[in-house]
Design a protein around this ligand. Structure first.
Ligand SMILES: Nc1ncnc2c1ncn2[C@@H]1O[C@H](COP(=O)(O)OP(=O)(O)OP(=O)(O)O)[C@@H](O)[C@H]1O
Ligand SMILES: [Mg+2]
Length: 436
């Protein structure tokens, strides 16, 4: 504790305090990096608005988090969060606690793709909805359902272009964009509820009048659309047939507290995952457009999604809309170098992924491997003590880094949450059979 100076002993000289009482403390000299760890003098302010996370490991005070409140008070420049850490450190558990506690606080939660199938139990616990795609289930979603949007043509075109780019593994050319637009316009003139199967039919038999207006023959238009049709066909006759190629079998309650798109039935094919996620999230956005609730959108296992550039592009569009729609995105990675999977430094694709990270005002860092420390420190602007902390963080403890504060927080699980977040079950030994 700092000794208090006796009252009235300051000497006032030329209108300012020139000299105070001498403190009888031994002088201590250290670098500013070392002094940054001089607890408690430099410990961050309390962060106690929002859902509780657990105690601050340095001060013991409760740490709470609400990205919307922190954004309103100018602590954050956007409500998005990136959470990274090595395998099994409790990243998903933190995200699941945030989801369940946020629902209790009146927020809603949307998980647009759950490749491991570990979120259904969370949605069920809070009375939410689980949509299981693949694995022989009967759920079908029509990604062209964008009923709540004033002009559905734009979102539908973007979705179809993203799907075709995903299956073709390349960007679409201008003639292909023209084909897609003409085919969709034709289908929209015939039905209020178009499907991808309808678009495929229109690509094979283009509208003669529209082609003439565009100054192109029907034969050329058919030719321009050939690759596109091949790309979209995967959803109609390929391995994803039956999931997105007809009218939706589900109607979503706009007030559902939580919606999880369970993709674990699709297996480990990254392409199928990216396609299903693109179509499924487009459908969900259409279905939830009427909802006014502040919403978390959680991308668990985002490192897998990052391998698909069209999906990263869609995520970036979502990120940009987050403030307009009251959405906070939470992206979970193992390490920041997961972003390398999108493309080499300097490429357009990599710039997209870096942009996602830059647009996350809150960075929660769980334990990192030694080879990741320098990269993390540079990308996230960590101090030396913060950087040295990362390899020794215990399970469930993370560094919460925001533009003007940084806290080390231990996430405390409520006893009711423990069985819901448990992903270690298979690692434990089965109880030995009792001897009779
Ligand atoms: N704060 C915590 N306190 C105690 N146990 C925890 C805590 N957080 C997580 N765990 C336990 O650790 C295990 C692994 O957690 P979790 O699945 O969340 O890790 P993860 O980082 O998401 O792993 P992966 O990288 O494999 O997805 C779970 O069984 C969970 O019960
Ligand atoms: Mg996890």
């Amino acid at each position: 504790m700092i000794p208090r100076a006796p009252a009235g002993r300051f000497r006032r000289t030329t209108g300012r305090y020139a000299a105070g009482p001498r403190l009888r403390l031994p002088a201590h000299r250290a670098s500013s990096a070392t002094l940054a760890g001089a607890y408690p003098f430099l410990a961050a302010d309390r962060c106690d608005v929002g859902i509780p996370i657990g105690p601050d490991a340095l001060t013991g005070t409760p740490f709470a988090f609400d990205p919307w409140a922190l954004y309103r008070s100018d602590e954050l420049t956007n409500p998005n969060v990136v959470l990274s850490g090595v395998i099994g450190q409790g990243k998903s558990s933190l995200a699941k606690s945030i989801a369940m506690r946020s629902v209790a606080a009146g927020r809603s939660v949307y998980v647009p793709g759950d490749p491991k199938g570990e979120w259904a139990v969370v949605a069920e616990a809070v009375g939410g909805t689980v949509l299981r795609l693949g694995g022989g289930g009967a759920t079908r979603l029509n990604p062209l359902d964008v009923a709540g949007t004033a002009d559905p043509h734009g979102p539908r075109t973007r979705l179809l272009a993203a799907v075709a780019a995903l299956t073709l593994h390349r960007e679409l050319g201008a003639p292909e964009q023209g084909c897609l637009d003409a085919a969709l316009t034709l289908v929209e003139s015939r039905t209020a509820a178009p499907t991808i199967a309808d678009v495929l039919t229109a690509l094979a038999a283009p509208d003669e009048r529209a082609a003439t207006i565009d100054g192109i023959s029907v034969v050329d238009r058919q030719h321009d659309g050939r690759d596109l049709a091949h790309g979209l066909r995967r959803l109609v006759r390929g391995d994803l047939a039956g999931l997105f190629d007809g009218p939706s079998t589900t109607i979503l309650r706009p007030d559902a507290p939580m919606v999880v798109l369970d993709l674990s039935g699709l297996g480990s094919d990254d392409d199928a995952l990216a396609l299903a996620m693109t179509c499924g999230s487009a459908w969900l956005e259409g279905a939830l457009v009427a909802s006014q609730a502040k919403r978390w959108v959680i991308y668990d296992e985002a490192w897998r999604l990052m391998r698909s550039v069209p999906l990263v592009r869609r995520m970036q569009a979502q990120w940009k809309l987050s403030r307009a729609y009251g959405i906070a995105n939470l992206m979970i990675l193992h390490r920041l170098s997961d972003l390398d999977a999108v493309g080499p430094v300097g490429s357009a694709a990599r710039a997209l992924a870096d942009g996602l990270l830059a647009d996350c005002s809150t960075r929660v860092i769980y334990r990192q491997e030694a080879d990741q420390l320098a990269g993390n420190a540079t990308a996230l602007g960590l101090t030396h003590p913060e950087r040295d902390l990362l390899p020794v963080l215990a399970r469930g403890t993370g560094l919460w880094k925001m533009p003007r504060r940084s806290n080390v927080v231990h996430h405390v699980l409520h006893p009711a949450e423990v069985p819901i977040v448990d992903t270690d079950g298979a690692m434990r030994e089965a109880p030995s059979p009792t001897r009779g």
